[in-house]
Design a protein around this ligand. Structure first.
Ligand code: IMP
Ligand code: MG
Length: 192
């Protein structure tokens, strides 16, 4: 796209998109998702689970994963956001709760990334408070660093990356680029 056709805001986004480094292309991400589906099928096919998409980041992973899960399940979503379109962390902000009852259910929580773990831990704690018998967290990407909070974990992880800000496959940069076809790292300089 010609930069001249863009507003100042989207020109920044376009610059980020153009200068990012591809860590995993779409083929690699799809292969990882296929592997995740096999693991989830092996571990949860008999549990009548509720697949709970954490909007908005979990949207694309949920959409790619669900058709690969060939067993009875229901799908619901919640909307909880930590970054609120910024690139640094903040408190978890609940915008929508699941509509299905969670009591007695095995809940598969699907999110884009395990970073410090606040989001996943809060969501899983909420599900257990609502009576879920088990939570099973699924993330496309895990960031490797020492800042993970106590008790935050994912049972199923697609890809591991070093401690960089990434976008694509549901992960956003300032609310944009969730649709990027792969996992891309923003250069550190851009986050200064
Ligand atoms: P946590 O609560 O620290 O684990 O952060 C998880 C949430 O922060 C994710 O669901 C994402 O929405 C967001 N997040 C963390 N790291 C990144 C990143 O590198 N790119 C985009 N979003 C991120
Ligand atoms: Mg998110």
């Amino acid at each position: 796209m010609e930069l001249s056709a863009l507003t100042a805001a989207t020109a920044d986004i376009e610059h980020i998109r153009r200068t990012a480094v591809c860590l995993y292309d779409a083929q690699a991400v799809e292969a990882a998702i296929a592997g995740m589906a096999k693991q989830i099928t092996r571990e949860l096919a008999d549990s009548d689970p509720l697949l709970l998409c954490v909007m908005n980041g979990g949207l694309i992973l949920t959409g790619r994963l669900a058709p690969l899960l060939d067993f009875p399940l229901q799908i619901d979503y919640l909307h909880a956001t930590r970054y609120r379109d910024k690139v640094r962390g903040g408190a978890l902000n609940w915008l929508s709760y699941p509509k299905e009852r969670l009591d007695g259910r095995t809940v598969i929580v699907v999110d884009d990334i395990l970073d410090e773990g606040n989001t996943l831990k809060s969501v899983c704690d909420y599900c257990l408070e609502q009576g879920a018998v088990r939570t099973y967290s699924v993330v496309l990407v895990e960031k490797i660093h020492e800042r993970r909070i106590e008790g935050a974990r994912a049972e199923c992880i697609g890809l591991r990356i070093e401690d960089k800000f990434v976008f694509g496959y549901g992960l956003d940069y300032k609310g944009y680029l969730r649709n990027a076809p792969g996992i891309f790292a923003v250069s550190d300089v851009e986050l200064e």
